[in-house]
Design a protein around this ligand. Sequence first.
Ligand code: ADP
Ligand code: ADP
Length: 237
Amino acid sequence: MIEFIGVDKKYANGTTALQDINLTIEQGEFVAVIGLSGAGKSTLIRCINRIHGITKGTIIVDKVDVSKLKGRDIRKFRRRIGMIFQSFNLVTRTSVINNVLVSFVPELPMWRKLAGVFTKQQKIKALEALDKVGILDKAFVRVDQLSGGQQQRVALARTLAQSPDIILADEPIASLDPVTSRIVMDDFKKINKEMNISVIMNIHHVEIALEYADRIIGIRKGEVVFDGPSSKVTQGI
Ligand code: ADP
Ligand code: ADP
């Protein structure tokens, strides 16, 4: 499903963020990428959907060589990969449902997205996604009136409405308290197991990673230093 073959990533300023990464991730896996700050976790995730290009090697996603994609094909490709950020990236001055609906028309300017261009079918799909993450009752509330955990679940619903094969999550619980973190992680787990969507998540809470993920990839200084089931993780990644 996702394959890294001899991947290096060097940033324009000369920093080597990834070095000789070789990985295969199958459809439906829940993978946590762990490691110290600066280890290369975020870079690793962002190379999968071409936010960053790579310097050497090949990344294959669903038989597509990611480095070879151009222009429109990149946008099409990204539609199949959901992305969740630490900062939620929501449109704060509008309702929850509008935030989910915008995922159907990413290419339109915001004012058109909010001007009721959606079909009934899209609205139903958006409400279903909100139901899946347990915040259907908030559909018509303004996003900025929700708690951090609820906002992250809106972001997750927005991603689900896209019907992705893969969700990439870059420190999704880093700004949430421990209780809320678990509610959000429960949603990720549910989506992963019930919908067979692959989840690849950067997370610096090792304990939570071990509890929720099936597989742990440990990164240190741009290299994979551990790759295996959560039960086999030893100290010091
Ligand atoms: P992590 O997610 O594990 O904290 P990152 O992938 O963000 O690590 O960073 C890996 C390395 O690449 C670090 O040394 C970081 O400073 C560097 N880095 C990250 N983004 C950039 C960038 N846009 N330009 C230059 N260096 C970067
Ligand atoms: P940076 O070193 O600043 O992170 P990147 O390597 O992420 O730069 O990419 C710089 C620009 O080049 C981006 O706009 C990206 O879309 C484009 N790009 C990256 N990799 C490729 C590639 N393999 N083929 C074509 N364009 C690429």
